[in-house]
Design a protein around this ligand. Structure first.
Ligand SMILES: [Zn+2]
Length: 243
């Protein structure tokens, strides 16, 4: 907490004046580029690895970056956030971001009995664990928890497709889905490549390729965004429609 309060002090003393114009504009309304669904883990820092600024992204964070099924009883903040991001903010992109050394995935693997609330929260991810135990793997020399985390990102992307407001927009070419995975020890943000069926470094060539594809998709007469193809490989990996 000391560091946090020191940060408040530093912001007021050093950076507040530089942000006045930004926040004055944002006070009139937000128009974020994307919805980011990420793990609560303190090390997942989009302001660092994606250089985000206030107003850039609408964020849902929870333990294990899970998306509840749309037919769950009302009240889930994640479902409310997703609905608001799509129906009010009309975000064109949704990113599910997992990460290495994820405590949630480790707890899921270990069936941690000393974390009953965490275990209850992670119960919807049981089908992903079952698939992992049945041998589902993505390319790369990753630990079991990291493999599970990557499979989990794909499963959550599929879950998003089950929301009518998402599937309608995907079909109309107004929404793209992205799977990101932050490798902490490698300081490497990875992006799921549906063609390769793997999370690959989001380096400059890949960023340029994605931007070019987005430009092509948004051109007049373009078909459904190619990023939507992410579900094809997820389905092939047996990750479709987990509940
Ligand atoms: Zn995590």
């Amino acid at each position: 907490m000391r560091k946090l309060l020191q940060g408040v002090f530093e912001f007021r003393a050093l950076r507040r004046s530089a942000y006045r114009e930004t926040f004055a504009r944002l006070a009139l309304g937000q128009s974020p580029d994307a919805l980011l669904i990420a793990c609560s883990d303190s090390r997942v820092a989009p302001n660092v690895f994606a250089s985000t600024q206030p107003g850039d992204i609408f964020v849902i964070r929870n333990v294990g970056n899970l998306v509840p099924a749309p037919d769950q009883p009302p009240g889930a903040s994640e479902a409310a956030g997703l609905e608001f991001a799509l129906r009010r903010l009309e975000v064109a992109d949704i990113i599910v971001c997992g990460h290495s050394s994820c405590g949630a995935m480790q707890a899921l693997l270990a069936s941690a009995s000393d974390l009953p609330r965490v275990s209850a929260w992670l119960r919807p991810a049981a089908p992903v664990l079952a698939r992992f135990r049945a041998g589902a793997r993505l390319p790369g020399e990753w630990s079991d928890a990291d493999q599970l985390s990557q499979l989990n990102v794909l499963a959550q992307l599929e879950q998003i497709r089950a929301y009518p407001e998402a599937s309608e927009r995907l079909s109309a070419g107004r929404l793209r889905l992205h799977g990101w995975w932050f490798d902490l020890s490698g300081t490497e943000l990875r992006d799921y490549d549906p063609t390769l069926g793997a999370f690959v470094p989001l380096d400059e060539p890949r960023v340029q390729a994605i931007l070019a594809r987005m430009d092509a998709d948004s051109a007049p007469g373009a078909s459904v965004p190619s990023c939507a193809a992410v579900g094809v490989r997820a389905e092939a990996a047996g990750l479709k429609h987990h509940q």
